[in-house]
Design a binder for this molecule. Structure first.
Ligand SMILES: Nc1ncnc2c1ncn2[C@@H]1O[C@H](COP(=O)(O)OP(=O)(O)OP(=O)(O)O)[C@@H](O)[C@H]1O
Length: 238
């Protein structure tokens, strides 16, 4: 579903003409299969978010190739990436990226508006998902009137609105209390089992990692190991 082939990535930092190159990822070969939940773990600064940003097309690798759903995405233009994301990817980020002047309902509805769906279809789908994440009672509230955990749930509902086959998540339960964390993990497992949704989850949290089929460990930009639950060879890393 997602193939990273010999990926190297470095950032250039400092003033123009005096840039210093900072290598962040080294020779990453990772294959996330359709229907897998993969957790990416590793210390702060090990390159986890960079790996996810490469999968999302927000940054381009210095070298190597990335394929998503069989398509090489490394050389897509910005516009092609935007369409590709809308059709294929859902995102759950640490920062909820909600628009402050829009209600929870309107924020969650945005992908459906972009897709051009009609009002009644949008209303049905939005309320269904807000129910599912336990935030329907707050549909008319603005982000400023919601707690961090409630905002996170609105953002989760928005990320799932178009039934994406792949969801990329950076610390998806970061702002949730343990009850809400359990609910979100159950939703992720349900979507994975019911719809075959593929998940890549960055996490420091053992509870989150425990729902993964496979855990991938990054250390100083190197992929250290990957191991599956049990000895299922289908979960070996490539
Ligand atoms: N845009 C950027 N420009 C320069 N350096 C960057 C940039 N983004 C990340 N880095 C550097 O790349 C390294 C890896 O960062 P990254 O955010 O991928 O780590 P991480 O494992 O996600 O960390 P954390 O768990 O703290 O979020 C860090 O040393 C960071 O300073």
């Amino acid at each position: 579903m997602i193939e990273m082939l010999r990926i190297n990535h470095q950032f250039a930092i400092g003033k123009k003409g005096k840039e210093r190159v900072v290598p962040v990822l080294h020779d990453i070969d990772l294959h996330v299969r359709e229907g897998e939940i993969v957790a990416i773990v590793g210390r702060s600064g090990s390159g986890k978010s960079t790996l996810l940003n490469l999968m999302s097309g927000y940054i381009r690798p210095t070298s190597g190739e990335i394929r998503v759903a069989g398509q090489s995405v490394t050389s897509l233009s910005e516009g092609e990436w935007a369409n590709f994301r809308l059709a294929r990817l859902g995102f759950m980020f640490q920062s909820f990226q909600l628009i402050p002047s829009m209600t929870a309902f309107e924020n969650a509805e945005l992908p459906l508006v972009l897709k051009g769906l009609g009002v009644s279809e949008r209303r049905k789908r939005v309320m269904e998902l807000l129910e599912q994440v336990g935030i329907a009672d707050y549909a008319g509230h603005y982000p400023g009137e919601l707690s961090g955990g409630q905002q996170q749930r609105v953002s989760v509902a928005r990320s799932l609105m178009l039934n994406p086959p792949i969801v990329l998540a950076d610390e998806p339960t970061g702002s949730l209390d343990s009850d809400n964390e359990r609910q979100l993990l159950a939703l992720i497992q349900h979507l994975n089992q019911d719809k075959g949704t593929t998940f890549v989850l960055i996490t420091h949290d053992e509870q989150v990692a425990s729902i993964a089929h496979r855990t991938v460990n990054l250390k100083d930009g190197y992929l250290l190991n990957a191991y599956g639950k049990g000895d299922n060879p289908a979960h070996e890393v490539h």
